[in-house]
Design a protein around this ligand. Structure first.
Ligand SMILES: [Zn+2]
Length: 101
């Protein structure tokens, strides 16, 4: 699932999200003066940058909305056993190369 898929599943129009032009720390955005949750308007407590065709944007969610939708987020984990095996092989090759040198 991509970030665009995530927004589609959440029913969020990407055009309504604030652009995230430069790396900005999430705590600054959800700190003392948090922006509204894009789903319900409550103060956002979780934010992340989503990569969209039009450029990176902020996806700001309150705690209940985050917990209700976190399982829809794109996974950072390997998506297949083949991917895990490839990662292990690469790590093993790196260790073997270091040991031989
Ligand atoms: Zn919310």
């Amino acid at each position: 699932m991509t970030d665009a898929d995530l927004l589609l599943r959440l029913g969020i129009d990407p055009a309504t999200l604030d652009p995230a032009p430069e790396p900005k720390r999430g705590p600054d955005r959800v700190g003392l003066d948090p922006v509204p949750c894009v789903l319900c308007g409550a103060p956002a407590r979780f934010t992340r940058i989503v990569a969209l065709d039009g450029g990176p944007c902020w996806l700001d969610r309150c705690c209940p909305c985050f917990l209700a939708t976190v399982d829809l987020q794109p996974s950072r984990m390997p998506v297949s056993v083949d991917g895990i095996v490839a990662d292990l092989r690469a790590a093993m090759a790196a260790v073997t190369d270091r040991g031989a040198g």
